[in-house]
Design a protein around this ligand. Structure first.
Ligand code: BTN
Length: 248
């Protein structure tokens, strides 16, 4: 099991995120670990969650010691723009995954990181006392047998993609560095500087999708983070949130 202890991680940190840094062996959910008055940049990780939380009330299952399970406190001035921040985080995770595996990683709007159609990571944003707790789960060293068996969202880990073990500490540091750079850019000028990179990694563009009661062809991510869909009736619709299902 690669070590995520403070002794290992703190010397590797180069930016603001990860200060303070807390690591535990086991917890309900890392989303609960940090006190409400934590400063921006506070990070908690765990080797195992007994009640890991996913989006839309789902559970997030891990294999002890095999996943990256991290929560980061952010205090953006515009906490209401969760759709944008979710994409900022997903882009950072996609870049870190890509560096680890040496193959393209995509962003599946609004918050999934996918490689070759398989989900490798997800983002959960939760508001708390004026802060946003940004939860990131990345499948790192799970075997195929220990990944969730979900036909709706087939999963992969860095290990199933490359056939070798990966260092969770290196992945954590990469995620924090990419996130800090993109988060700072987003705070300064919004999503605009990230749109080109998001478009390049857009896993839905050109695909037939269904989000809530809107079905049609995904056209891309709009400047405000909404998903553009050419709906089956020919009109262009902008969808702010939801789960994008890709039939078939
Ligand atoms: C999703 O794709 O549904 C989002 C999954 C988010 C999982 C992470 S793991 C670390 C943090 N703690 C949690 O309980 N959830 C998030």
């Amino acid at each position: 099991m690669s070590d995520l202890s403070a002794e290992r991680i703190e010397p590797l940190l180069r930016g603001r995120l990860g200060r303070p840094y807390l690591h535990v062996g086991e917890c309900d959910s890392t989303q609960q670990l940090l006190p409400p008055d934590s400063p921006e940049g506070a990070v908690a990780t765990a080797d195992h969650q007994t009640a890991g939380r996913g989006r839309r009330g789902r559970t997030w299952v891990d294999e002890p010691g095999a996943a990256l399970l991290v929560s980061i406190v952010l205090r953006p001035a515009k906490a209401s723009l969760a759709a944008e921040l979710s994409l900022v985080c997903a882009l950072a995770v996609a870049e870190a995954v890509e560096e680890a595996i040496g193959r393209p990683a995509g962003v599946k709007w609004p918050n999934d990181v996918v490689v070759e159609g398989r989900k490798v990571g997800g983002i959960l944003l939760e508001g708390r006392d004026g802060a946003v707790v940004c939860g990131i789960g990345v499948n790192v060293n799970q075997t195929a047998a220990s990944l969730p068996d979900d036909a709706r969202a087939p999963a992969a880990s860095l290990r199933t993609l490359t056939g070798r073990d990966h260092d969770r500490a290196a992945s954590l540091v990469e995620v924090l560095e990419h996130l800090e750079a993109h988060y700072d850019a987003w705070c300064a000028t919004g999503l605009e500087p990230l749109l080109q990179e998001l478009a390049r990694r857009d896993a839905l563009r050109g695909r037939q999708v269904r989000v809530g009661n809107v079905t049609g062809t995904a056209l891309g991510i709009a400047a405000d983070g909404r998903l553009r869909i050419r709906s089956d009736d020919g009109a262009e619709k902008l969808v702010a949130s939801g789960e994008a299902e890709v039939p078939g």
